[in-house]
Write a protein that binds this ligand. Structure first.
Ligand SMILES: Cc1cc2nc3c(=O)[nH]c(=O)nc-3n(C[C@H](O)[C@H](O)[C@H](O)COP(=O)(O)OP(=O)(O)OC[C@H]3O[C@@H](n4cnc5c(N)ncnc54)[C@H](O)[C@@H]3O)c2cc1C
Ligand code: SF4
Ligand code: SF4
Length: 488
């Protein structure tokens, strides 16, 4: 009889094992994006490339189910409270939960701007506050595939410098983090969609799932990322002054407040910068250069990070400033973010230029975004592609001479500082709301966060007019010929 019991136990164990191997979700290894749950809306955040992450995908992915709206429910857990805003004060609808918005400058060479992000990460690691840091590195210089780097040293962290201009599977490293007993305190650096997915793991308790004691998150703003390095390279090839022949020399580029793309290129001795006007770009390059996920993204300001670095709300003087000298905007969301920034300042890696208080209300800000936002949306070839089935975007940009004059004129009419940030957010959220309505149908109501709807609300009539333009006014010739005979 004891042998019988033993045999039954072995059988039971084998059955349990078989069951567990068939029910335990496993990392996806198939082709991107087809094999991923969010399909072509997948931002390749890397969560599904891990065993620990895939188990939470339905509760964490920013592009399935409640999608981007789900993050609002995590704010209280992460920051201790959710966003406070109403129609008369939209500061936190725009910039998320925060204690303060300020201007800062880093002193890390070879960074995207001045290295505030890398400076904070370095200082936090060097102060011994974390055992490891995750940054977005690259398989090679230039347009190599972005990939997560698990950093233990200063040299590792420096690999995160500069924006790798395409989707990075930053979370693909999470199994390694979970299985490494020496990592108990982690700093994760990433963009909004990956931060949302990370925070959502294990029903909002990633610390436990990853066997950590502490998790710190340093975010950057992020918008309009390219789906692949090839798409990003194709985009820069269309820039006058770059072209196909110099595309591989591009080290960094940004869409700037002077209505020009600033591209920094590897020169024979030192870096060179070209600044073609936006209008020199062929309109047809817009849609293929932006991943579908980024057309459905409403987390430009990275609402679930502890502290966030970006440039859109920092003043930029086109006559005096370069990316490598200009101020950056830092949003401190909570006490953890405050400690990280203070440590970077104390170590001398980051300098605070101006404190802006809640909403950045004490920072420079001029102009009124409203009418320029409407004009931008109305004239945007990507919006037209969405709204007008017969619209075909042109494949020729304006001649540089004309485009330069236009850029100078337009730049003078644009808002600056924090109002420029609101303008940029308004344009992107209106455009992306249109994209989601078109692509997701009724699921758009679940996906779009309520703060984004509050931002788009004041433009409701303008957007409706775009969707349903009034019939064209009859021309004077029409009246001459028909004399108003067909009027009702
Ligand atoms: C795709 C993208 C688009 C952006 N667009 C805007 C914008 O329109 N407006 C705005 O205000 N700010 C934008 N930012 C943020 C802006 O570029 C930051 O202000 C800047 O990176 C910080 O400058 P820095 O010199 O401090 O960065 P660095 O010190 O050079 O550090 C760069 C940081 O970015 C991370 N990173 C690099 N590439 C990627 C990637 N592909 N995915 C995820 N993380 C990455 C690195 O891990 C590192 O932490 C964008 C960032 C990204 C990644
Ligand atoms: S966005 Fe991230 S979580 Fe969502 S399907 Fe893609 S890899 Fe998975
Ligand atoms: S724009 Fe949004 S979806 Fe696209 S990479 Fe950035 S955070 Fe992710």
């Amino acid at each position: 009889m004891p042998q019988l019991h033993a045999a039954a136990a072995v059988l039971l164990l084998a059955a349990a094992e078989a069951l567990s191997t068939t029910t335990t979700p496993r990392a996806i290894t198939g082709a991107w994006p087809q094999a991923f749950p969010a399909k072509d809306l997948c931002s390749n955040c890397g969560l599904c490339k891990t065993d620990v992450g895939i188990a939470s995908v339905t509760d964490s992915c920013a592009f399935i189910g409640d999608g981007m709206a789900r993050a609002e429910g995590l704010e209280e857990r992460v920051h201790g409270r959710s966003r406070a805003y109403d129609a008369s004060n939209l500061d936190e609808a725009y910039f998320g939960v925060h204690d303060e918005i300020l201007l800062a400058r880093g002193n890390v060479g070879g960074a995207q701007w001045t290295g505030v992000a890398t400076g904070i990460a370095l200082a936090w690691l060097e102060a011994g506050e974390v055992d490891a840091v995750v940054v977005a590195g690259s398989s090679e210089d230039g347009f190599g595939s972005p990939e997560p780097v698990l950093c233990r040293t200063k040299e590792d962290v420096l690999r995160g410098r500069r924006v790798k201009p395409s989707l990075c599977p930053s979370l693909a490293i999470l199994d390694q983090v979970r299985d490494d007993a020496s990592i108990k305190r982690l700093l994760f650096c990433g963009v909004g969609c990956s931060v949302q997915a990370l925070r959502g793991i294990n029903k909002g308790d990633p610390v436990k799932a990853l066997n950590l004691d502490e998790l710190y998150v340093l975010g950057t703003h992020c918008v309009d990322n390219s789906p692949t390095p090839e798409a990003a390279k194709k985009f820069v090839s269309t820039l006058p002054g770059v072209g196909e022949e110099r595309a591989d020399d591009v080290l960094a580029y940004e869409f700037m407040a002077d209505f020009r793309v600033h591209a920094r290129l590897r020169g024979s001795d030192e870096e060179e910068t070209v600044k073609p006007a936006y209008m020199t770009l062929p309109p047809s390059i817009g849609v293929p250069s932006i991943a579908p996920s980024c057309f459905s993204c409403f987390d430009y300001t990275n609402g679930l990070a502890d502290v966030v670095v970006g440039y859109m709300g920092a003043p930029f003087d086109a006559k005096r400033d370069e990316m490598t000298t200009a101020p950056l905007m830092v949003t401190v969301r909570n006490e953890r973010g405050r400690r990280m920034l203070d440590t970077a300042v104390a170590s001398g890696r980051v300098e605070i230029l101006q404190r802006g208080g809640v909403g950045g209300r004490e920072l420079p800000s001029t102009g009124d975004r409203r009418s320029i936002t409407v004009k931008t949306v109305q004239g945007d070839s990507m919006v037209k592609t969405l709204l007008e089935p017969d619209f075909v975007a042109g494949n020729q940009g304006a001649p540089p001479f004309v485009a330069n004059i236009l850029a100078d004129v337009i730049a003078r009419t644009l808002p600056t500082g924090l109002e420029f940030a609101r303008y940029s957010i308004d344009y992107h959220y209106i455009r992306n709301q249109l994209f989601c309505d078109d692509r997701m149908g009724t699921r758009a109501t679940r996906h779009v966060p309520s703060y984004a709807r509050a931002i788009c609300e004041p433009y409701a009539e303008d957007v409706e007019a775009l969707k349903n333009p009034p019939p064209p006014e009859p021309s004077p010739l029409w009246y001459l010929v028909f004399g108003g005979r067909f009027q009702r």
